[in-house]
Ligand binder design. Structure first.
Ligand code: T4K
Length: 406
């Protein structure tokens, strides 16, 4: 951002009605990769007339993921939610499984969908990840596992969780939806616990339109997962296991392979944008940009900011409304927490009492746009808008209160 812009705050659209951006700036705008390569792959796929059911592009995508992650088995699936459901079932989880409430609701749904009770444990507010000390308190005779999310791609406390799982005889799995391309103590995420599940949804930094992958080093589990992903078929007309249809299509694998070829550039753009946000928001009292550990590999796909209302004088929700008026479609992930969504809020109406840090962080976090559709100039403008809003919080707050609920 130029010094001049810092000195003269922009007039905000909540007052003027004129947004800073003509087109909406999204969180999760897809990164696309090389179109020519994608069309070539589509042509080959159409020439082959092989569109699904473990085709050559899916096999290649699985090999490439295995190479990137350094894991023995990769099973591509149609999305991470189905991937979680399959991995959970293949691992024989039942009864109760401990999960964070500060995660996308799919983590809990993948359990509840198969009549397994998700038991919500609180997070460490410093990392936004499930707090191992609190996990231990929720273990009952019905607990069979822990399903932990590497939130924003920053790894959980894997050692502490593994230790609990070992001592208490629980199965440990990871929702690694955010964490492709990230490492933990120098080892790529994807190789920890019994299994991990990545998402390649359109909004993820590596996308296959829709898609995901289950990764594991366990031969028997991998074999079960592979069967379950394709109705339990072991060959023509030979069903040897309960299964579902979790298969990835060839078109999705074509997109995944193409995007995989450019993840280096995408990560570089994300890193650049994150640094620009860090500069643009520096010294802004009450605004904390969540950082990434530079000694690890990170995909930097989420720009996450915590807004402390007591310091800024403006709550997170008001700031989000200011940004939306500017066509900056910032998101409040993972507000209000999975425990406050259905069916969990009806099942456990008082769960929030045991989740104070989840509730506090969910009230504070705003996720800002990044990725290849967002330029450093855009980041400068967004930071200028945030500074302008927080420069006159009382007036902005009063104004936002008069606006119709959007
Ligand atoms: N576990 C975790 C921890 C997850 O975060 C997720 C997914 C999962 C499991 C499940 O993975 P999948 O089954 O999806 O593979 C979005 C994504 O849909 C979801 O995949 C993601 N997490 C979550 C964090 O974000 P919504 O409900 O916020 O999506 P939506 O439709 O509001 O889109 C987000 C923004 O992206 C919008 O501003 C529009 C923009 N967008 C979206 C799409 C699809 C585009 O610009 N182009 C597009 O093609 O959940």
């Amino acid at each position: 951002m130029h010094a001049a812009e810092k000195n003269s705050p922009p007039a905000l659209a909540v007052f003027t009605g004129k947004p800073a951006f003509l087109e909406p700036l999204h969180v999760g705008r897809p990164n696309l990769g090389d179109r020519k390569r994608l069309y070539e792959r589509f042509d080959q796929m159409l020439d082959r007339r092989w569109l699904s059911n473990n085709g050559p592009l899916v096999k290649e995508f699985e090999q490439e993921i295995a190479r990137h992650v350094g894991v023995k088995h990769v099973i591509c699936v149609c999305n991470a939610t189905i991937g979680l459901e399959i991995a959970i079932r293949a691992a024989d989880l039942e009864g109760e499984v401990i999960v964070p409430a500060y995660t996308f609701v799919a983590t809990a749904h993948a359990l509840q969908w198969q009549a397994i009770t998700p038991v919500f444990a609180d997070i460490d507010p410093a990392t936004h990840n499930i707090d191992p000390a609190r996990v231990e308190r929720h273990i009952t005779p019905r607990t069979t596992g822990i399903l932990a999310t590497h939130v924003w791609g920053r790894s959980c406390d894997i050692e502490a969780l593994s230790d609990i799982a070992r001592r208490r005889g629980l199965k440990l799995m990871f929702d690694a939806a955010h964490a492709f391309g990230c490492s933990h103590r120098g080892r790529m995420i994807g190789g920890f616990g019994l299994a991990e599940v990545f998402s390649f949804h359109a909004t993820k930094f590596l996308n296959s339109f829709e898609g995901g992958a289950i990764t594991t080093d366990d031969d028997a589990l991998a074999a079960r997962i592979r069967l379950m992903t394709n109705f339990g078929f072991a060959g023509f007309d030979n069903v040897i296991h309960i299964g579902t249809n979790g298969k990835m299509t060839e078109a999705c694998a074509a997109m995944g392979l193409t995007c995989l070829e450019s993840i280096g550039e995408v990560i570089e753009v994300n890193r650049r944008n994150h640094a620009a946000y860090a500069e643009g928001l520096a010294d802004l009292h009450g605004v904390k940009l969540v950082g990434y550990d530079d000694t690890e590999r990170n995909n930097h796909q989420y720009v996450v900011v915590e807004v402390d209302e007591t310091a800024t004088g403006l709550c997170r929700d008001a700031l989000v409304r200011v940004l939306h008026a500017e066509n900056v479609l910032a998101r409040k992930y993972f507000w209000p927490g999975a425990h406050r969504m259905e069916p969990y809020r009806s099942f456990f109406p008082h769960a929030g009492l045991l989740l104070p840090d989840t509730e506090r962080i969910a009230e504070r976090v705003v996720v800002l746009p990044t990725g290849t559709a967002v330029s450093v100039g855009d980041v400068g403008v967004i930071c200028g808008l945030i500074r302008a809003a927080l420069g006159d919080p009382a007036r902005v707050d009063e104004r936002v209160r008069t606006l119709p609920q959007g």
